[in-house]
Design a protein around this ligand. Structure first.
Ligand code: ZN
Ligand code: ZN
Ligand code: FE
Length: 752
């Protein structure tokens, strides 16, 4: 007989880990104990050598779905001949604390329980150690019921029994509840309240099937819902939400029904049904109402993840409902029942709430599949606040993030905790959510910052916030941070080639960058080549008016000859407006220079008259990508000189327009040109600098056509290619890059 002490670190609390170990130990005739520690769990295991071996082997293989084992360390112990295996009471051992589990989609067994268990029949907030709310209800650590928003609901005797029985699936499930003791739903419709779950489901499904709009409290915030197949309902919601073109996410009853609406493969099926249940961007079959995603050929789909969603689909006639975040214009998603009533009532016909508070707001996460790998676009519900492990000391560093799609990050030991999606830091409400969340992370993680890192842009609210902390402060260049974020995701720290393409970010020469080829490590970067600078008339205004950028490109390459170009695009611009824009460019008034790849895509999209004005960020490039003819392999010329010039590209592209070549072919040829030029530049840099590792980052790599082809082509030619999967390539991932750079600089003694 042997004895081992096993220390397991990672996300092992609040996910049913101790009962799992208990049952596994019994199965393998292991005696000893398991105990929760602040930094993980500790197991003392005694048994025969072969039993111990198979017990230890099975731990990482059979661990609960939502757990995430970071390390297992095994030490020899003196054999004490324990007579059984038991779960012993937790004792705190250090200031280091365990991870906080993200929210987990309801599990199969719980869905069965609400059909069978008497005290839980139709109970819409059922959960167990394998599923249910976590981060969204946690107010403090260690994770315990009285430190969550479940503290208002004392357990009934049946729940208490389940909670205390080791072999029960609800052993120490902090949010355990039932019809007798748990929180409950409420429907408010035409000044009447309904609290019986059968009434609520019956009425809600009838209202949705009748084309009405319902506000429903979700896991991390409110949603607005309506039948996704009824044009009138969806366009009504769109009109109210002042959300002209931005696609709505759709929740579909089950995976089989999803295939009616979108094309699926193995990877996208897995992603859709994963316990994180993100919104997955899929190629649409256009069966929903047109207003769901307008001209876009992709649709954002998610599967039900709360028991209430499942119960609702059992009653609904439609198998697809729009489920868009319940917020006012660009403000954060609403989490309070009262606020939903006050601010959303103009949108909805009926309101559904429940009386358990949401403490930490978290939006639905968004992902897509490229080259069979899942790629997060928004990392929030189901993913945050899972830490990202680094091999360097991150402790005490606060990374402010950028401006759009903001997430911030905090460094705790060797972990980086990237926040849930905060949003575009452009209004007071979002800034308040940002500041409040930072304060909550400080408290939750018993953490305080000693070093702050932010973007180079002095006017970002995130930069200002970080600066005002009055601690050691460093600013990092936006595109370097993008590359560093991908390096940190892959645990890299060496000289590499970085391709950083996005909408915009301030460069160290005061211009706006975004089509950048860097040679960099975590500490520093060199800008090797970039897209030719063009003036952006109106600056930020051009983001929503891509036609301005198109005019600027034409003026750049044709000067006053552009008036002789016989283009519908130009004819459709009122003469005075055209002259006004050209005058702005000539006189350099409010026309910052930009090397942005995003703006180039904008310009081409406008020139082809696919998107002259954008109603949401990146609409023009998304529409351009969505019309691509996949069979077109042609490319346009470009000049890869010191700075990459698109003069020849525009000349050939305009010739194609005049020759009435299909827009789908022109869009494909343009994309192919970008793919070719990335490949060409990387190849040159690789030869000159003797580097073989390439990192692709920045929002443009959310373009699936480009990401898949660039990645494949570089791999084919023998490059080691690193792309994002778990961290967004857009500005939502930038805080990770900022923190990695700051940690490196501190390690080198360059900052304190
Ligand atoms: Zn469950
Ligand atoms: Zn109960
Ligand atoms: Fe960016």
């Amino acid at each position: 007989m042997k004895s081992k002490r096993i220390r397991i670190k990672g996300l092992v609390q609040g996910v049913g880990f101790r009962p799992f170990i208990y049952l596994l130990a019994n199965k393998h005739h292991i005696h000893g104990w398991i105990e929760n520690r602040n930094d993980g769990v500790l197991v003392l295991a005694e048994g025969t050598e072969s039993n111990l071996k198979s017990f230890i082997q099975k731990i990482p293989i059979e661990a609960p779905l939502a757990s995430n084992i970071f390390s297992i360390d095994i030490f020899d112990e003196e054999f004490k001949n324990h007579d059984k295996f038991q779960i012993v009471k937790s004792k705190s051992t250090s200031a280091e604390i365990t991870e906080i589990s993200p929210d987990i989609a309801v599990c199969e067994l719980c869905l069965k329980d609400i059909k069978q268990q008497e005290h839980r029949l139709h109970y819409p907030l059922v959960n167990c150690t394998h599923c249910g709310p976590r981060f969204s209800i946690i107010k403090d650590l260690p994770y315990d019921r009285h430190k969550t928003t479940m503290d208002a609901f004392p357990m009934c005797s049946i729940c208490e029994e389940e909670y205390t029985m080791i072999t029960n699936r609800r052993f120490h499930a902090q949010p355990v509840a039932c019809n007798t003791c748990g929180p409950a739903y409420l429907l408010e419709y035409q000044n009447r309240e309904f609290s019986d779950i059968h009434d609520i489901l019956e009425m809600t499904s009838n209202l949705i099937d009748d084309g009405k709009i319902i506000a429903i409290k979700g896991q991390g915030g409110f949603h607005l819902a309506c039948d996704a197949t009824q044009e009138e309902a969806v366009s009504g919601l769109r009109k109210h939400k002042i959300r002209e073109g931005k696609p709505f996410a759709v929740m579909i009853a089950d995976i089989k029904s999803v295939s009616e609406y979108a094309y699926l493969n193995g990877s996208s099926k897995n992603l859709l049904s994963s316990w994180q249940r993100p919104i997955v961007l899929l190629e649409s079959k256009k069966k929903t109402a047109n207003s769901v995603c307008n001209e876009l050929k992709t649709i954002g789909v998610m599967l039900p993840y709360m028991p209430f969603h499942y119960l609702l689909f059992e009653k609904l006639k439609t198998n697809a409902i729009v489920l868009t975040s319940g917020n006012v214009s660009n403000e954060p998603i609403i989490i309070e029942n009262e606020k939903a009533k006050n601010s959303l009532s103009i949108y909805y016909d009926a309101l559904i709430t429940y009386n358990r508070d949401i403490y930490n707001r978290s939006d639905d996460s968004v992902a897509f599949v490229a080259n069979e790998k899942s790629r997060l676009v928004r990392r929030s519900r189901g993913f945050a606040p899972s830490p990202i492990y680094q091999k360097a000391n991150m402790d005490g560093i606060f990374a402010a993030g950028a401006e759009l799609e903001n997430c911030f990050a905090i460094g705790k030991g060797e972990q980086v905790i990237l926040s849930q999606h905060i949003g575009d830091l452009k209004n007071l409400e979002t800034l308040e959510f940002y500041a409040e969340s930072i304060d909550r992370y400080k408290k939750l993680y018993r953490w305080s910052p000693s070093l702050a890192v932010a973007d180079l842009h002095p006017d970002y609210l995130s930069t200002k916030y970080a600066k005002e902390l009055n601690i050691s402060f460093v600013q990092v260049q936006h595109h370097h941070a993008h590359i560093a974020s991908c390096m940190a995701e892959h645990g890299l720290d060496e000289m590499m080639i970085g391709v950083s393409f996005d909408g915009t970010g301030l460069g160290d020469d005061g211009q706006f960058w975004g089509g950048e080829f860097l040679v960099c490590d975590l500490n520093d970067y060199q800008r090797i080549t970039h897209f030719d600078y063009v003036p952006i008339p109106g600056g930020d205004k051009a983001i929503y008016e891509p036609w301005r950028t198109a005019v600027s490109y034409l003026y750049q390459y044709y000067k006053d000859d552009l008036f002789a170009l016989d283009l519908d695009f130009l004819k459709n611009i009122p003469r005075e407006e055209l002259l006004f824009i050209i005058d702005m460019i000539k006189t350099k008034i409010n026309s910052p220079l930009s090397s942005s790849a995003g703006r180039l895509f904008d310009g081409v999209s406008a020139l082809l008259q696919i998107c002259r004005k954008a109603s949401f960020h990146a609409e023009a490039p998304m529409l351009l990508e969505s019309i691509i003819d996949q069979n077109e392999s042609g490319i346009y010329a470009y000049d890869p000189g010191k700075n990459i010039s698109f003069k020849a590209t525009f000349q050939e592209l305009i010739q194609d327009i005049k020759n009435k070549i299909a827009l789908s072919k022109i869009a494909a040829k343009f994309h192919n040109t970008i793919i070719q030029l990335i490949f060409g530049a990387v190849k040159n840099i690789s030869e000159e600098y003797n580097l073989n590792k390439v990192v692709l980052s920045g929002g443009c790599f959310q373009n699936k056509y480009i990401l898949e082809r660039v990645e494949r082509k570089l791999i084919e030619y023998g490059f080691d290619v690193y792309t994002h999967s778990k961290i967004p390539s857009n500005d939502g991932g930038i805080a990770l890059g900022q923190i990695a750079i700051a940690a490196k600089k501190r390690e080198l003694g360059l900052i304190k």
